[in-house]
Design a protein around this ligand. Structure first.
Ligand SMILES: *Cc1c(COP(=O)(O)O)cnc(C)c1O
Length: 382
């Protein structure tokens, strides 16, 4: 095949589907299009364009295995994936040569990976996480059959440090695995990693591991001028970030990052399947790394700084508009998550909000305009 015929092959369908199937597709597409516009309750960036990547849909590509080892499977994007890991090493403040990671199927897999490493390093550890933690973590510790204690949260969503200290004191003979939140789903709260390490030191717990769940804020804090401590320089051992949230992607994905020596130890532990089998899933999505890589190629760090600044401006605007109408909305510093009292059922439903008891939130992703905020605030006040 010549190059010319290859490129026409990708731009024209090989066969049109029968009309009834096309009708079904059209209907589904139009439902998805109208849902997307009203989406303000979930932290998903709808503003992306990956059309230059469409030709890759014609090939079966697969990133099976460790992106840092040669693979027998030729059709992969491992090189691109390694560049993505380098980019995230920079964002998460670890030297690229000390970092290891891969592109996951999403934040949940990244959390599972971090906690799996922690369990392999400290098999008899006690795992601690706050009740504000994403639901994936409780599931993960159950899958890992890890002993765990759920710690109270403060009203603002941060972990309750006194409760954490009390629980660690009772179990100070055990290694500790702390799942720290770097931007909780509901309130955007960031657990104070320095304070957590102080508690561990005060209780003389020397064997410990801190995994950071930075699903959304892992793409916010690197791009603000005065971030709360969040990275490897703050003392974390691994971190999970979602790719389809702030970066935006048509398919769920994420990045997990940790320190290379940890993975080498796990690799040895499972040597019988080959040291390069370091990832949780076997066959892995090869398009996701390409999309994340392309997003950074397109926007650059400067572009993400602007996107994040815009989101935080809109969040501040939303808090102001709510408060002006007497609605006690609030947000954390450096957070695009605006928390307010749960509105009436119709308002709630109209805006596809994520509930939790008496509160609701919106996340001011790039597609959430001031006009949308005005309409929402009017709905809530009315
Ligand atoms: C969304 C989210 C997750 C889970 O991420 P998925 O990509 O949906 O698996 C984990 N933790 C937090 C804090 C989240 O907001």
């Amino acid at each position: 095949m010549t190059n010319a015929s290859a490129s026409t092959a990708t731009s024209m369908p090989k066969a049109l589907p029968p009309p009834e199937i096309q009708k079904r597709l059209d209907q589904l597409l139009s439902d998805i299009q109208s849902a997307a516009a009203q989406q303000i309750g979930y932290p998903v960036n709808q503003d992306f364009d990956y059309s230059p990547l469409v030709p890759f849909l014609d090939y079966s590509i697969n990133n099976v295995g460790d992106p840092f080892y040669p693979s027998n499977f030729w059709g992969n994007t491992h090189e691109i994936e390694r560049e993505v890991i380098d980019i995230f090493a920079g964002l998460m403040r670890i030297a690229p040569e000390d970092a290891w990671g891969y592109v996951t199927s999403g934040g949940t897999e990244g959390n599972m990976y971090g906690l799996y490493l922690a369990r392999e390093l400290f098999p008899n550890a006690m795992f601690y996480f706050s009740e504000e933690t994403h639901y994936s973590v409780l599931k993960n510790v159950r899958v890992l059959n890890a002993r765990h204690i759920m710690i109270r949260r403060q009203e603002n969503g941060e972990i309750d440090y006194d409760d954490l200290e009390a629980m660690i004191r009772v179990n100070r003979d055990l290694p500790a695995v702390i799942m720290a939140n770097v931007g909780t789903t509901m309130r955007g709260a960031v657990d104070d990693i320095g304070r957590i390490r102080d508690i561990l030191r005060d209780q003389a717990v020397t064997s410990y591991y801190i995994h950071a769940d930075a699903a959304l804020s892992g793409m916010i804090l690197p791009f603000v001028s005065n971030p709360q401590p969040y990275g490897f320089d703050a003392g974390i051992d691994s971190v999970s970030v979602s790719g389809h949230k702030l970066i935006g992607a048509p398919l769920p994905c994420g990045v997990v990052l940790t320190k290379r020596p940890y993975v080498e130890r796990v690799g040895r532990a499972i040597e019988y399947v080959g040291v390069e089998d370091t990832t949780l899933s076997g066959s892995r999505n090869a398009l996701a790394p390409l999309m994340i890589w392309y997003a950074f190629a397109q926007h650059g760090h400067e572009g993400f700084r602007n996107i994040v600044a815009g989101m935080l401006d809109t969040a501040e605007y939303a808090v102001g508009q709510f408060n002006e109408r007497g609605i006690p909305a609030w947000r954390h510093r450096n957070s695009a998550t605006v928390v307010f009292p749960r509105p009436r059922r119709e308002v709630f439903h109209k805006w596809q909000m994520a509930p939790e008891g008496e509160i609701a939130h919106i996340i001011t992703m790039p597609h959430v305009s001031r006009e949308i905020i005005d309409e929402l605030v009017a709905d809530c006040a009315g």
